[in-house]
Design a protein around this ligand. Structure first.
Ligand code: AMP
Length: 438
């Protein structure tokens, strides 16, 4: 199967060749023709499957053919993402794919000055990638107009709901023209996502490349059962004895991430931490250095790591298990991407046994336990068997008013969503109380 046989024309095919992609991934094979058909699409695909190209390529194709420049401040396609990192990555992909076309694209997110974004929107933009809070700020300042909008994309819709963006999404939906194409991408299709989809997509083509809550099959998972006090030693041991060139390490807390990055650096292992207390500049710098190989280890909290696009990351370490079992699937999605193989090691203490059971039940897999002499616990991990997954009963939708100001119990706010604009910072702080501050 070639990219041109999916309906993409030569300017795009050349850009794809320049990226070095040889064949479309399964989500691209199914997704590109579906999006080009102009119908609504619901796609279940995790990060790492090539999902970004599955919607950005056909969007560019749509607008580049018989190109008509956008009107001032108007946009033709809106891609909403839950985090700035993901927004920046989607926009970077669009920049690469659009090289041989006249398409104008731009990205807007909070945490940086709003003025350059307003200036960039003045000429009009074909494809705008945005996080919800900043988009609403720009709309309230008349910097962005939706009258010419033809396509809406919700990327990582499940994350948007988890992070409490439902009200922002609903506000945005009310501002868009009724007649438009809707594309909804999500790692999983939970009942909540299907409920949201009901109010967005119309007779969609459904595309799925990963069964619900499964992890990539080319990832080797393992667990080390140990005392908390040995975690740091075990991490350095794994890095050095396996001569890991790069690993992404997940920490539950921001302080833990800082501490760990410091400890590793003091042992001569180049490391940095990324989390919501770091400035946008520091996060971008750390990511860039990690991508270029200057940094060997990146220690991240879940929200900061979400959407990080690093090719062929071979190792992921769960230094702390995630609080929410679904996050295990997202974390592991960082490795074994686009066909590469990967390893995921989780550190489990006696306090984490219940969390491990939840994860195993979710992925319906017992993760093999490995022994690291001198560092694993002398006790054995309690035996665990898998519980079959129960089908959830669909939840009754609650009236809109009842939900105002009260995100669902698992809701977490986007770290530092505040935009540098005091108004928007307050708004997000007031409205999206965080339960699990990573
Ligand atoms: P995504 O799921 O969109 O985050 O993409 C994951 C990674 O796969 C990115 O680094 C892409 O550059 C890469 N990728 C996307 N499509 C292809 C392809 N057809 N062949 C090889 N790599 C790809």
């Amino acid at each position: 199967m070639s990219f041109s046989s999916l309906g993409l024309s030569s300017p795009l095919v050349s850009a794809i060749e320049a990226k070095g992609y040889k064949t479309p991934t399964p989500i691209q094979e199914q997704g590109i023709p579906a999006v080009l058909s102009g119908k609504d699409v619901m796609a279940a695909a995790q990060t790492g499957t090539g999902k970004t190209a599955a919607f950005t390529l056909p969007l560019i194709e749509r607008f580049a053919t018989h190109y008509k420049a956008p009107r001032a401040n108007h946009i033709k396609a809106l891609v909403l993402t839950p985090t700035r990192e993901l927004a920046a990555q989607v926009a970077a992909n669009v920049d690469e794919y659009k090289t041989n076309t006249d398409i104008r694209s731009h990205v807007v997110f909070g945490g940086v000055s709003i003025n350059p974004q307003m200036k960039n929107l003045r000429r009009g933009v074909d494809i705008l990638v945005a996080t919800p809070g900043r988009l609403l700020d720009l709309f309230s300042q008349n910097a962005v107009k939706f009258a010419d909008l033809e396509v809406l994309v919700l990327d990582e819709a499940d994350r948007m709901l988890d992070m409490g963006f439902i009200h922002d999404i609903k506000r945005i939906l009310k501002l868009l023209p009724q007649k438009r194409q809707n594309l909804l991408f999500s790692a999983t299709f939970s009942d909540d996502i299907r409920h949201l989809a009901g109010s967005i997509v119309n007779d969609p083509i459904e595309v799925s490349v990963t069964p619900k809550n499964t992890t990539a099959s080319n990832v080797e998972h393992s667990v080390v059962f140990l005392e908390k006090a040995n975690k740091s030693k075990l991490l350095s041991h794994l890095i050095e004895s396996n001569n890991w060139q790069q690993a992404l390490v997940f920490s539950r807390t921001k302080h833990g991430a800082n501490r760990l990055a410091k400890q590793l650096t003091s042992k001569g292992i180049t490391s940095a931490a990324i989390h919501g207390n770091k400035s946008q500049g520091a996060r971008t710098k750390a990511l860039k250095e990690f991508k270029s190989g200057e940094l060997r280890i990146l220690v991240a909290t879940d929200i900061a790591a979400r959407g990080i696009d690093i090719d062929q990351l071979p190792n992921v370490v769960n230094y702390d298990l995630p609080n929410v079992a679904e996050d295990y699937v997202h974390r592991i999605g960082r490795t074994g991407r686009a066909g590469a193989s990967g390893q995921a090691v989780s550190f489990v203490t006696i306090e984490d046994v219940k969390q491990l059971a939840d994860i195993q039940n979710l992925i319906q897999q017992v993760i093999p336990v490995i022994d690291v002499p001198g560092l694993s616990s002398k006790q054995s991990l309690p035996a665990m068997s898998l519980k079959p997954v129960k089908a959830k009963r669909p939840k009754k939708p609650r009236p809109e008013n009842a939900r105002q100001g009260a995100p669902k119990s698992g809701a977490r706010k986007q770290e530092n969503q505040g935009s540098g604009n005091p108004k928007s910072g307050n708004r997000s702080n007031n409205r999206r109380p965080a339960r699990n501050k990573p």
